[in-house]
Design a protein around this ligand. Structure first.
Ligand code: 13P
Ligand code: 13P
Ligand code: MG
Ligand code: MG
Length: 379
């Protein structure tokens, strides 16, 4: 029997700026899903990562189901009402369209869904990140599914020896989904050439070449491509099935020990390392640092076990300390050069108006140039 996992997340308001949703807001969203999801969903899990609320659902409606998407959209609408009542910041922030049109993709919320034939044991990981964008998962997915230094399973497990197929999306293309498929290990350098640019090329899904089964799916929406201006970061979600023909849980988690630099933090305009944190953690320093949480589940007939909080383990305390140091090092660089995102990303912020105004004040010193030319001609 096929089961669908859907995770739909949105920021519909938070306490104290962009820190975290209120308890009442979370309860409102959760209660809405319980009440209106009866008979439609099998199970659910609600959590927040920073100011983003993620609704994880199991059901048999397949991916991109209008009923499932509407359930989540309406739950976020109900949440927005409470956010307004409580005076939360950014109430309804990620609901960019006025009316629901069948699928939340392109309307603001981030979505990651996959449908599959359940294995006898179905372990999977649900990742959510705040103050960053979908490209944040590029490096961790590359390391987990294509790099033997990270994933010994690529040489130790016969099930993984055939490698994986990556589907990568060009998120700058707004007229439709522009995708490329690359297989590893054969095309590993081609894959790396694209993934080095995480603001443009984003891993959408990963598939086993041995069995054709889907291993991972990640959200790919870029809000500024929907809204045409900066409205908040496209804080992404991701689902990864683990073990058997896929990497082990520990191989999928290991890349997060690097604290790689991602786009995010203050005003969505900075480069900061991604910090793995416990479930339901808010943000703090410099509207960040960018954070990622991961809940591990087992699932059977669509029923979820309790969530295990993978990054709550003591091992990650040392990692967090190191990433906090790395964050502070980068912040010493303030607004200059590598500390901020490239101009192509900042063009959705207010800096463009400032630069335009300054543009008219620039002058070329014609006299000096002409004098130099005259001098040159005289020689
Ligand atoms: P167990 O023997 O505990 O199942 O672990 C197998 C494994 O490969 C873990 O990486
Ligand atoms: P969010 O996208 O998480 O709302 O953050 C917005 C922001 O600009 C924080 O500085
Ligand atoms: Mg916010
Ligand atoms: Mg957020």
């Amino acid at each position: 029997m096929k089961i669908t996992l859907s995770v739909i997340k949105a920021d519909v308001g938070s306490i104290g700026g962009h820190i975290a949703p209120s308890r009442r807001l979370l309860e409102t969203v959760s209660n809405h899903v319980t009440r209106h999801g009866a008979g439609l969903i099998i199970d659910k899990y609600l959590s927040h990562t920073g100011d983003d609320i993620a609704i994880l659902l199991t059901h048999r409606q397949g991916t991109a189901s209008a009923r499932i998407h509407k359930l989540a959209w309406d739950a976020f609408l109900a949440g927005t009402e409470v956010a307004r009542e409580q005076g939360l910041y950014g109430a309804g922030q990620d609901l960019l369209k006025d009316s629901f049109s069948g699928n939340v993709k392109g309307m603001g919320p981030a979505v990651a869904e996959m449908e599959f034939e359940e294995r006898p044991s179905e372990p999977f990981l649900f990742f959510a990140a705040d103050k960053t964008d979908p490209g944040a998962f590029n490096l961790p997915l590359y390391l987990a599914f294509a790099d033997v230094m990270n994933t010994p399973g690529l040489i130790l497990s016969p099930n993984m020896a055939k490698g994986f197929r990556f589907v990568v999306m060009d998120v700058n293309h707004t007229e439709g989904d522009r995708v490329i498929e690359l297989v590893v290990p054969e095309q590993i350098y081609d894959l790396a050439a694209l993934l080095r640019d995480p603001e443009r090329y984003v891993v959408e899904s990963v598939w086993s070449r041995a069995t054709g089964e889907q291993a991972a799916v990640a959200a790919t929406s870029r809000l500024h491509n929907i809204a045409g201006k900066y409205t908040g970061k496209d804080d992404p979600v991701m689902l990864v099935r683990v073990q058997m023909n896929f990497p082990a849980t520990g191989e999928v988690l290991a890349p997060y020990a690097h604290g790689h630099f991602v786009a995010g933090g203050m005003r969505g305009s900075h480069q900061l390392p991604l910090m793995p944190v416990a479930l339901n953690t808010g943000t703090s320093y410099f509207d960040g640092p960018p954070i990622v949480s991961c809940a591990a589940f087992a699932e059977h007939n669509g029923r979820l076990t309790e969530a295990l909080d993978t990054f709550a383990h003591p091992f990650w305390n040392t990692v967090r300390d190191r990433i906090a140091e790395k964050t502070l090092e980068m912040r010493r660089q303030g607004f200059v050069g590598a500390a901020m995102l490239p101009m192509s990303e900042l063009e959705y912020t207010g800096i463009m108006e400032k630069l335009k105004a300054l543009e008219s004040q620039f002058k070329v010193r014609r006299d000096t140039v002409q004098n130099d030319l005259r001098e040159l001609a005289a020689h």
